[in-house]
Design a protein around this ligand. Structure first.
Ligand SMILES: Cc1cc2nc3c(=O)[nH]c(=O)nc-3n(C[C@H](O)[C@H](O)[C@H](O)COP(=O)(O)OP(=O)(O)OC[C@H]3O[C@@H](n4cnc5c(N)ncnc54)[C@H](O)[C@@H]3O)c2cc1C
Length: 674
């Protein structure tokens, strides 16, 4: 065992340059032959800084190696997708489509089926593990994620334990352990902070979505918290065992030494982060969790910064990098927010309460400047009147940008039609029941009452919101739309407020931050299958229009698209009725697009389709049967995208994995939770 450790240690030493001083054998004697053990409770005494630096470099090298492999495979994927796109754009013949329809390589299919897309177990990946409606233990990683996380965790454990100099006397060994865990905790903080940001550049570099980085962020957080706890525990053990006054000595050091106090504050902050972040707490009180999370993270960062600064420790550079990354993310968010919302007009929101599926709001947003959004992307919504400074992510479902309209109706202005009907609506909103509307709103938010009363008093012209919705006509020409299904927080407040008004419509000023996501396009597939569950339609409907648009303009590769929408309640069709009508108005839309509508909990015996163009089925789809048919009828590579509840995503993932050896398929999943 000792021989193995020495071999590993020597191999690492040869591989990497060692920095810092090596204090493994550093002991100070008070008298010849007598060791002063107390030195191991302070500073770098007993800390093997050279080896710590070496191992922290090794940790970064292993991340860099993994990044290199991932980036190579991403570049290879991008080249393949681009090549397929360009070739099929120029020769979109049956033969060409046939070529791309068969899997090129059985090994790639095997890796996709059993490692890349496979959940740890058989089926469950995105479906949350729940004890009850309120207690949610989160989701399970895929096999690849699990393997990589286990390897990383194991390397940290090995560096902190097996690679210690176990032959040293106990106090010196504990001091070495203290140094090792402290240095590795700080080393891990850099990727930890990097992966937490919305504007994490790795999302684009690797084409990996925010929720995957978020998963890694959570595991890194656990590692940092455990390592810093070990660091503090090791210091305490030495202090208690060596100091003649035991625990009293610990308390005195905390009182007297800034170095110790700052370290302790950081350690406690990391522990708080560890204990308040588990999935049941995170999901049950998301906003509270988020605010506490930021507060503890800041306390942790500042604590470590001063802890390292007081003793002029070289690892302070890592904390400076962390602060830099964090500031970059916040600054970038601010710039995006200002760009999207400040202009001649401010961003305005029109909220309409919709029936069906336990309630949802259609949210139309009048933009400050033109925005050609990427289908499948999302933006963060800030509605200060409803939820103060909180921001919530929502997919952008639709846009009235003329560039994104389907080719045939470029001159037929849907927006104008809605403009005229809507200006009547918006007048109704106020003239029908102005007092009632405001009374409702006042009941809901005290902030609104304050602003409204103040502005009403100062102008004498009525309330702020009434004036705002009345005075400036709403324009449909530059809007994007979302659907927000009612949950328990902001979305519920919003729905309640809109639902209580006579016209079910409200106007707010608010802010948008985005756009985010949509790293992967569906442009290079001959056939696209879009599966939506409930409000997941917001992710799919934009893609449906985009692909139809390209098909009609003769600029698309896709020859066929199938949209399957599974809902519990038929009325949910009304969430998107207007958008579907716009699609059905395109001549020949059905040559390209098939829509299937499944109602899992139909009311009564007879299920009447909500629209003559859309066949409606009662119950859940037979995914295996459907995908067997799709695979038989496929044209070129098949792109499958799913967005909806975890159970639905897992079923589609499983079915696609079953088919991967028969057909060339890509699977893209969008989830509405992290
Ligand atoms: C990329 C993405 C796109 C989404 N698109 C849509 C969409 O098009 N339509 C739709 O109805 N929903 C969408 N969601 C979900 C939506 O963000 C949440 O339902 C909403 O934030 C809940 O707000 P609430 O205060 O009512 O939630 P609560 O009832 O307080 O919490 C419900 C759950 O929502 C999540 N959540 C709450 N607040 C936030 C937040 N600030 N940031 C992230 N998650 C939060 C938490 O997991 C929480 O458990 C999307 C989520 C993501 C991540």
């Amino acid at each position: 065992m000792i021989a193995t450790k020495l071999v590993v240690r020597n191999a690492i030493s040869k591989l990497l340059p060692r920095g810092g001083h090596d204090a493994v054998n550093q002991t100070t004697s008070t008298q010849p032959g007598q060791v002063d053990w107390e030195i191991y409770t302070t500073g770098l005494n007993g800390v093997d800084n050279g080896e710590n630096n070496l191992l922290s470099s090794l940790l970064y090298y292993s991340i860099a190696f993994l990044a290199f492999v991932l980036i190579l495979s991403h570049i290879q994927h991008l080249i393949l997708v681009k090549l397929r796109h360009i070739l099929l754009l120029h020769t979109n013949t049956r033969e060409a489509l046939l070529y791309w329809a068969t899997p090129a390589n059985s090994t790639v299919s095997f890796v996709k089926r059993h490692i890349l897309w496979a959940p740890v177990g058989k089926i469950k990946h995105n479906r949350e593990i729940r004890l009850s409606n309120a207690i949610n233990f989160g989701t399970l990683p895929t096999r690849l994620q699990a393997i990589l996380l286990t390897l990383y965790l194991a390397s940290n454990v090995v560096y902190c334990t097996i690679l210690l100099n176990w032959h040293l006397p106990r106090p010196q060994l504990i001091a070495e352990f203290r140094g090792r865990t402290g240095v590795l905790a700080v080393t891990n903080m850099v990727p930890l902070i990097l992966l937490a940001g919305r504007n994490n550049p790795l999302i684009w570099i690797f084409g990996i979505s925010f929720d995957t980085w978020n998963l890694i962020h959570r595991w890194l957080g656990r590692i940092v918290a455990l390592e810093s706890t070990c660091h503090i525990t090791a210091w305490t053990i030495n202090e208690v065992e060596i100091s003649p006054i035991g625990w009293q000595g610990v308390l005195e050091k905390i009182r007297e030494s800034h170095f110790v106090l700052c370290g302790l504050i950081a350690g406690i902050s990391f522990l708080c982060l560890l204990f308040h972040s588990p999935s049941p707490i995170r999901h049950a009180f998301y906003e509270t969790f988020l605010h506490l999370h930021i507060a503890f993270a800041l306390a942790g960062l500042i604590g470590v910064f001063y802890h390292l600064k007081v003793d002029k420790l070289p690892q302070i550079i890592y904390i400076c990098i962390c602060i830099g990354i964090w500031s970059y993310d916040r600054l970038f968010r601010l710039v995006r927010l200002l760009y999207r919302n400040c202009g001649r007009r401010m961003t305005r929101f029109r909220i309409t309460a919709l029936p069906g599926g336990g309630g949802a709001c259609r949210v139309d947003i009048e933009l400050t400047r033109k925005w050609k959004y990427r289908p499948g992307s999302h933006a963060y919504v800030y509605l200060p009147w409803v939820s103060m400074w909180h921001s919530h992510p929502f997919s952008i479902a639709w846009s009235n940008n003329p560039d994104q309209r389907v080719a045939w109706n470029e001159n037929c202005d849907h927006a104008e039609r809605r403009d005229s009907s809507d200006s009547a609506d918006s007048n109704d909103t106020v003239s029908l029941s102005p007092v009632g509307d405001m009374a409702d709103i006042e009941k809901m938010t005290s902030t609104t009452i304050f602003v409204d009363r103040a502005s009403a008093a100062s102008s004498g012209k009525g309330t702020y919101m009434q004036r705002y919705s009345n005075d400036i006509p709403w324009s449909e020409k530059n809007t994007i739309s979302m659907v927000m299904s009612k949950r328990a927080g902001m979305t519920k407040t919003l729905w309640d407020m809109a639902n209580r008004t006579a016209s079910k419509t409200l106007y707010f000023r608010g802010f948008l931050e985005g756009e985010y996501g949509a790293q992967h396009g569906l442009y290079s597939y001959g056939m696209v299958v879009l599966v939506a569950g409930g409000v997941g339609i917001t992710h799919c409907i934009g893609w449906t229009r985009e692909l139809l648009n390209l098909y009609k303009k003769g600029r698309g590769v896709a020859r066929r698209a199938v949209l399957i929408w599974v809902v519990p309640d038929k009325d949910q069709y009304d969430w998107c009725r207007e958008w579907f009508d716009e699609i059905f108005a395109v001549p020949g839309w059905d040559e390209f697009l098939t829509i299937q509508f499944y109602v899992t909990r139909p009311k009564g015996d007879m299920l009447v389709s909500p629209c003559p163009h859309v066949p409606a089925y009662a119950g859940r789809p037979d995914w295996r049967g459907l995908f067997n048919r799709f695979v038989e009828q496929r044209l070129g590579t098949m792109g499958v995208t799913v967005c909806g509840p975890g159970t639905l995503s897992d079923s589609i993932r499983y079915t696609v994995r079953e088919q991967i050896s028969n057909a060339s398929i890509d699977f893209l999943e969008e989830s509405f939770t992290w």
